[in-house]
Design a protein around this ligand. Sequence first.
Ligand SMILES: Cc1cc2nc3c(=O)[nH]c(=O)nc-3n(C[C@H](O)[C@H](O)[C@H](O)COP(=O)(O)OP(=O)(O)OC[C@H]3O[C@@H](n4cnc5c(N)ncnc54)[C@H](O)[C@@H]3O)c2cc1C
Length: 495
Amino acid sequence: MQKKNEHIIIVGAGIGGLVSALLLSHQGFKVTVIERNEQPGGKLRALSSQEGPIDAGPTVLTLIDVFDEIFSKANLNLFKELDCYKEEILARHYWPDGKCLDLFSSHEKNLVSIEGVFGKKSAAEFDRFHRDCETLFFAFNKSLLRNREPMSFYANTDFLKSVPRLIRILGLPTNYWRKLEKYFSEPKLRQLFGRYATYVGGSPFNSPSLLQLIWYVEFLGVWRIKGGLHNLADRLKQLSTKKGVEFIFNKSVKKINIKENKVCSVDLHDGQKYKAGVILFNGDPRNFREGNLGENFKSLIKGKATEPRSLSAYVWSFASETKGLELAHHNVFFSKNYKGEFDSILAGQIAEDPTLYVCQQEEGLKNSSKNRFEIIINAPPLSQNQISLTKEYDLCKERTFQKLDKMGINFKNQPNLSDLTTPQTFEKLAPGGDGSIYGLSPQRLFSTFQRPSGKTRVKGLYLAGGGVHPGPGLPMAALSGKHAAEMIQRDLALT
Ligand SMILES: Cc1cc2nc3c(=O)[nH]c(=O)nc-3n(C[C@H](O)[C@H](O)[C@H](O)COP(=O)(O)OP(=O)(O)OC[C@H]3O[C@@H](n4cnc5c(N)ncnc54)[C@H](O)[C@@H]3O)c2cc1C
């Protein structure tokens, strides 16, 4: 018999918190979400502009089956609730010497595309890389990503079946870049596939080769939502509200209170108190170590579960007319010296010639000749960031638009200071994370297994979000929200 009248408080309306809210309310629990910002989504957000909302967070939606399953569990149809459609081109990649390569979610098309730009040998090398990524994905998908407990992955049959092949694929060298040097003789392809380490906030030069499986996640399909990905957060909020969830915005939780090692209430910064039998924290778990939720929790999360920090970013969101190259939806403009770029980040700077990710979003309002753009530059997290606050806007502007101009695309309307999200802004948006976007850096060999799981040792206290197992990115953070909802449901059934 479940305790349906137990009050569940979710702290934070990021994707993890929103998914938990939807699933728990669907089960009939009384849920309140407390969010310090004025809208849901956390990093999944848009900036408003005269041309309409412009995404300022995620733009690449992968593993759509994760969302399909979550919506189905709440008796909803994802494709009816949101206008989702699959991209034909995964991304268009440009290099300073004028080379350009499109990749698709069709292996045959990719072989033709790579052979056309880099020759037969590169296509054959890619074929081998792709097949190894496929093996890794299927070995770890059910055993690790979809598994609530990170450390029980090795007992899963998919994993066990793949062990002999995994030994070959994950064997020496274990460093991602060294591994890419073995796969590809073409340096540009090392650069292209190395970039997938940045999807979880890592440097390809200082990450384990396991991250190559991210290529296969992307290959499975990149999706768009009409109007922008931020609509996913708004829709989840609306659907949860319909199921009875109460959302409280512009209020933040200062302290989680416990009595006899069981949660009992939260204190807000404005002095209010809310009682709760279950609390799900969707912020960065580093907050516990920092004492931001009360002195009691400083040792709740191990240091190796949150440190060192992953990358941050400078993000432009603006509308402009452009002249020059014909862009796809997702575009990457690479640097000449990829190693030098990550050395600059390690030294607390952004590179003189940074790799730029350019998302050409939807056209502006009717009769407008402008398109909406999000441009991302990798950056060090706050505590390592040496870039002066007074200089970062000019620096980012110069390095972004001079480079793009040189590489063949001119932006007529350049953005203002208010169009730039900085590591400092990320820290304000989601405090306690050191401005880093993806939580724990994936740099250690076993980082993937070291994030905290959704259930803590304090009775009634659960975690969800990109800093929690299975990790950052929309589908992973959504999975963590699903895992937490399932654990809460199961535990309440036992009490
Ligand atoms: C620029 C950028 C690009 C990205 N690109 C992609 C991409 O293309 N594809 C992809 O899959 N992922 C991408 N990501 C990563 C993805 O956005 C995140 O991994 C994911 O959104 C994290 O969700 P979360 O559940 O951890 O919640 P978060 O987004 O971190 O939100 C947590 C929420 O909790 C609230 N909160 C925290 N503490 C408190 C408190 N004490 N009281 C009240 N509220 C609190 C915060 O205000 C915040 O709203 C990108 C991220 C960024 C920033």
